[in-house]
Ligand binder design. Structure first.
Ligand code: HSE
Length: 393
């Protein structure tokens, strides 16, 4: 199989490293024939090129691996590759979340395939696991830690009492964070991964219009307060369906100290799906990082080489967003002036080391996010986390 890698950053170079050091029969079948680099960058390898047309016109190239990230030119290049009769493998969650339906339609028309295991959950075979679960059950709930960077930050803030900024720097140095780490911190990277997961689970291309609240405002004191209550905080993506109604949300969630989520450390991800016969099924592994993510790409390459078919969704279901599907208890921190927005809620105020925290019971998740959006206009440092509640089977 001749492969062209578009982009030679953390993940692209990881793919080349695994293929160069092939130790198995399957990886020895793979051959990198091009690496597309940006115009003006030094060509440090003989097969580096800076013109996509060279790759698209070369009929000996079987598969394009897209690791550039972002929407453009990734979207255009992927479409051009599929239309040129080349399979595509990508780790790019932003482009897959936005154009999943278009890509799968075009791939079908041109009798080629697009695989994107690495886009969600890094090295975890999550999409494969979801597809397998869907052979028997209707997957009606998914929740999990889908972002390595934010997990690294929250875990290290709690275990090492470190500051947000110092740990973010570490996560960047380790190659976990996005080029612009605000996507990790503000929940938008997770939003893409949730869109991909929910779209596959519901066979409906889920739009990005659901509430997202990240961890930008969390303080060391918040983490200590949650610890004193017996909780660890994790940034969670969550979706559930009820017939043709669904809800999606990204927000910080508090888990009891003994839970698997609380004990998911460093850059690891932990994703849970629920189906009627399987119950809860959990997927755990490194959700970010050069070699784990490259590993998922190479798995897709081997599947293409060995003719292993992945699920081929049509996204023809009709679903509607239900703003009232989930109720949660919340702990919220906001200054006096911002609390005016909470006049329709009853809450209990508790103090911790001179800081007040508001405890709210059974709030509708969608409404809570709208209230927080308004509160942030008055108190830009406000923070909230919901409390995890296990749902009945
Ligand atoms: N920035 C992402 C993360 C990379 O931290 O999870 C993997 O998608």
């Amino acid at each position: 199989m001749n492969i062209a890698i578009l982009g030679y950053g953390t993940v692209g170079s990881g793919v080349k490293e695994i293929i160069d050091h092939a130790v198995t029969k399957s990886t020895k079948q793979l051959h990198v024939s091009y690496i597309l680099i940006r115009k003006g960058k030094a060509k440090t390898l003989p097969y580096m090129c800076d013109d996509i047309r060279t790759i698209l016109q070369d009929t000996s190239v079987d598969i394009i691996v897209e690791t550039m990230g972002g929407l453009e030119p990734a979207h255009t290049y992927i479409l051009q590759a599929l239309k040129s009769g080349k399979h595509v493998v990508t780790a790019n969650k932003a482009v897959i979340a936005a154009y999943l339906k278009e890509f799968t339609d075009v791939a079908r028309e041109h009798n080629v395939r697009i695989y994107y295991e690495a886009s969600t959950g890094g090295g975890i075979p999550w999409i494969e696991g979801l597809a397998k679960a869907m052979r028997i059950d209707e997957v009606d709930r998914i929740h999990g830690i889908f972002n390595g960077t934010s997990n690294y930050i929250l875990d290290h803030m709690q275990r090492y009492h470190a500051s947000f900024e110092d740990i973010l720097k570490e996560a960047q140095e380790l190659g976990y964070a996005e080029a612009d780490p605000s996507a990790d911190i503000d929940g938008y990277d997770i939003c893409n991964k949730l869109r991909i997961s929910a779209s596959l689970a519901y066979d409906y291309h889920v739009p990005d219009t659901f509430p997202v609240f990240g961890i930008r405002n969390i303080t060391k004191q918040d983490v200590s307060y949650f610890s004193s209550l017996g909780y660890a905080v994790r940034l969670i993506a969550k979706t559930r369906r009820n017939a043709n109604r669904y809800g999606c949300v990204v927000e910080p969630v508090l888990f009891e100290a003994g839970s698997l989520e609380s004990n998911t450390q460093d850059n690891y991800n932990l994703i849970t799906l629920h189906g009627k016969t399987i119950g809860d099924l959990k997927f755990f592994g490194q959700g970010a990082g050069k070699l784990p993510t490259a590993n998922a790409i190479v798995q897709d390459l081997i599947d293409l080489n060995e003719g292993v078919c992945h699920m081929d969704p049509s996204f023809t279901n009709t679903m509607s967003y239900d703003e009232t599907l989930c109720l949660r208890d919340y702990i919220l921190r906001a200054d006096e002036a911002a609390r005016d927005e909470l006049q329709d809620f009853s809450y209990e105020v508790k103090s911790f080391e001179g800081q007040e925290y508001l405890h709210i019971q059974k709030a509708e998740v969608y409404e809570m996010h709208q209230v927080m959006e308004r509160m942030l206009k008055t108190d830009v440092h406000a923070f909230m986390a919901s409390i995890y509640e296990r749902e009945d089977d």
